[in-house]
Design a protein. Structure first.
Length: 330
């Protein structure tokens, strides 16, 4: 507790809940105005989601992907509006309010960009973004993403399995875990002035989790390159884990023998474990994880959804955790 205070740790009480209400009020107001106010009130009652901008405005370069055949890669859930996907973000390097990343990340320089791959691999190296873009065929995969804070989205990502990259660098027998370090440049990232996390943002996966074909190295969403606030030029997406495991703007991938200590584990070890699998039966110490709000469904007709075991990907990933006590290894 005192450690959290010292770091100015306020996730998610004051940084999340209030901004969400503020964000939604503002968004609803903008939609109301855009739709012609009172004249559209009836339509708003019929389906307020019609007001959200569903598709990208087409300002970013296209990045198409073929429909993925990986089991579990395409959900039937309706994708969250682009406006929300790119306007309601967690990216603490650019601030802790949900609207900060869209506002402050535009200055991020995403080219040239390199990713250092090192540690327990036979073929370490520095990969240029252009080489990574060509490394494997791009696929479109529509995943649910659930934040530990209790909201979720459905996002049509574009990328390929992280396993494609891992195979090419040939991990040694000592590679038991993979560590992801994201960019930490104080010149470009105003959030680094805050001690909310110990920078750089570090995340990690066990080797078999990293190799699971659903684990996505994402370069785009909605058929375009990633908006900067969503982690351009490349990020991880691990759909059965809480959102914070999906590290944005990756600069370094390190193969290691020992379980990494991640940035969130450092900030509050009793609240954020290494695994962080979505699990409605294991509550966060300060709130329940049994339900979630789908962004775009909040507001007037608020309807909570039940959170699914492994975020609904149990058939694909449940076997990775067979025999593990998921309360202990949270
Ligand atoms: N580098 C970095 N990656 C990050 C974060 C962050 O603050 N910094 N936030 C995480 C959290 S808490 C969530 S819920 C997701 C949000 O991804 P989205 O904004 O694309 O929905 O990104 C994750 N990746
Ligand atoms: Mo999150």
């Amino acid at each position: 507790m005192s450690k959290r205070k010292e770091r100015g740790f306020e996730h998610p009480l004051s940084s999340e809940i209030t901004p969400r209400a503020v964000y939604e009020q503002r968004r609803d107001w903008l939609r109301w105005m855009a739709a012609g106010g009172a004249g559209a009130a009836l339509a708003a009652w019929a389906g307020r989601e019609a007001f959200a901008q569903a598709a990208p405005p087409g300002k970013l370069p296209p990045l198409p992907g073929a429909r993925s055949t990986v089991p579990g890669a395409v959900t039937m859930d309706k994708p969250t509006a682009y406006e929300d996907v790119s306007g309601y973000n967690n990216f603490y390097e650019f601030g802790t309010d949900k609207e900060d990343p869209a506002r402050h990340a535009q200055a991020l320089k995403t080219r040239p960009w390199t990713v250092v791959v090192e540690g327990e691999v036979r073929k370490p190296g520095t990969f240029d973004l252009d080489a990574l873009l060509k490394l494997a065929p791009m696929e479109e995969r529509t995943y649910r993403l659930r934040c530990v804070e209790g909201w979720s989205m459905v996002i049509p990502w574009v990328g390929y399995s992280l396993a494609e990259l891992i195979r090419r660098v040939e991990p040694t027998g000592n590679a038991k875990y993979v560590e992801f370090h994201t960019l930490a440049d104080p010149k470009q990232m105003p959030g680094l002035r805050s001690r909310v996390l110990d920078w750089p943002y570090v995340e990690g996966l066990r080797m078999d989790e990293a190799m699971q074909p659903l684990t996505l190295l994402a370069f785009g969403l909605y058929g375009e390159v990633l908006p900067k606030q969503n982690g351009a030029p490349l990020r991880l997406v691990v759909p059965w884990k809480y959102g914070f495991k999906s590290a944005k703007s990756i600069a370094r991938i390190r193969f290691v023998e020992k379980q990494p200590t991640t940035a969130w584990m450092k900030s509050a070890p009793q609240e954020y474990g290494f695994y962080s699998n979505v699990n409605p039966e294991v509550d966060h110490p300060r709130w329940s994880q049994a339900t979630e709000r789908r962004i775009g469904e909040d507001g007037l007709f608020a309807r909570k959804r039940r959170t699914l075991m492994f975020n609904g990907y149990e058939a694909q990933v449940g076997s990775l955790y067979a025999g593990m006590d998921l309360r202990r290894f949270f």
